[in-house]
Design a protein around this ligand. Structure first.
Ligand SMILES: [Zn+2]
Ligand SMILES: [Zn+2]
Length: 366
């Protein structure tokens, strides 16, 4: 009897401790200097510049391996790591580089570290050892001029979970603990509307948190789901695939709500709406995409705003739910390349240069 009481009490305590009153700022100038950290969560990884296979006892490598494990690049069953750079780490770094359209050297070069230290979504890029991003696709040669061909890769969670066809009217609610101001609530409504515009889905706020399909909350640190938040920057938020519907944001971020970053900003400022639009993609069943312009790309530099759905996002969500009958957006300019992959179709987008360059060569040869 004591034990059965102990569990719910512990659960309640855990949530009352970790539930955060989040920091919202109407604009970048309103962030007090005391909340702007000198260093950010992953900046120490910059000391690993140039590290490669064969190096022994490199200070900080254990922490870096834990980072890669968190996002699925190293086997989740490993419980202890060494500071040695071995072939498993090299392979994991190559997978990361492929996913982020980088030259797959297996070394911690400048370009790779630049991506690694960026704030990002807490959802993994590799799930159960299978990457749904670039590295899980057909191998393709690395092209230094990636502007010629952009491969669009929207992805889904393993098994392609989605909300059932009979359930197009989804409800969402905010954790009562957070007591969010109205301007933040309307920011979420705007973000939901972006997905509603291109699908038959609707999103309606409800005050009944427990019965809502989508449950939104800001939390600090460990909040009971095994995915603790890490303070300013680092992981910003995470969301679960259908039909779980849980959407958690890091209460310790300096969330900016007006979306105006034109005049430069403190390194710690994060655009709330950009992150919300991304996480809603996960709530609907989308995984991470290797297309840098897409909403479902895993990282976002602080002080930037990205809220418009890209063709990649629209095609992905429409493959799951179909189109909104009233959606009259421009037709996606992506050309089907190959089919039959559970994680999403592949498309090749030839930019203007893809046509202009051969034309110039042709004229030159004439
Ligand atoms: Zn994500
Ligand atoms: Zn969580």
């Amino acid at each position: 009897m004591k034990f059965t009481l102990f569990i719910p009490i512990t659960f309640l305590l855990l949530f009352s401790i970790s539930s955060a009153s989040a920091h919202f700022f109407p604009n970048i100038t309103s962030i007090p200097p005391s909340l702007i950290p000198n260093t950010t969560t992953w900046e120490a990884f910059n000391k690993l510049m140039g590290c490669h296979n064969g190096q022994k006892k490199v200070d900080g490598l254990t922490k870096f391996k834990k980072y890669l494990q968190y996002f699925g690049y190293l086997n989740s069953s490993y419980s202890s790591f060494s500071d040695d750079f071995d072939e498993y780490l090299e392979s994991a770094v190559k997978t990361y580089q492929l996913n982020f359209n980088l030259n797959p050297t297996g070394e911690l070069d400048e370009q790779t570290l630049k991506h690694i230290v960026r704030p990002r979504c807490g959802n993994a890029d590799v799930i159960n050892g299978t990457s749904t991003m670039n590295s899980g696709k057909q191998p393709r040669p690395y092209s230094a001029n990636s502007t010629i061909h952009t491969v669009a890769h929207y992805t889904f969670f393993p098994g392609r979970p989605r909300w059932p066809e009979s359930k197009t009217e989804l409800t969402y609610a905010f954790s009562p603990e957070n007591q969010l101001p109205e301007n933040v609530k309307s920011l979420f409504a705007r973000a939901f509307e972006r997905w509603s515009e291109v699908t038959p889905l609707t999103f309606t706020e409800t005050t009944s948190f427990n019965s809502a399909d989508l449950k939104i909350g800001f939390f600090s640190g460990d909040h009971g789901d095994g995915e603790p938040f890490d303070g300013v920057l680092g992981t910003l938020a995470h969301a679960f695939s259908p039909p779980v519907g849980r959407f958690h944001l890091d209460g310790d971020e300096n969330w900016v709500t007006d979306g105006n970053f034109n005049n430069g900003s403190p390194a710690s400022a994060v655009d709330l709406e950009s992150v919300v639009v991304h996480e809603i993609g996960h709530l609907l069943g989308l995984g991470h995409s290797s297309v840098e312009d897409s909403i479902m790309y895993p990282t976002i530099p602080s002080g930037t705003r990205k809220v418009e759905l890209a063709n990649d996002d629209i095609m992905g969500v429409q493959e799951l739910y179909g189109s909104n009958p009233n959606y009259n957006g421009s037709e996606p300019s992506l050309i089907p390349r190959e089919e039959g992959d559970w994680s999403g179709a592949h498309y090749v987008h030839c930019s203007l240069w893809g046509f202009v360059f051969p034309l110039i060569i042709g004229i030159f040869l004439l």
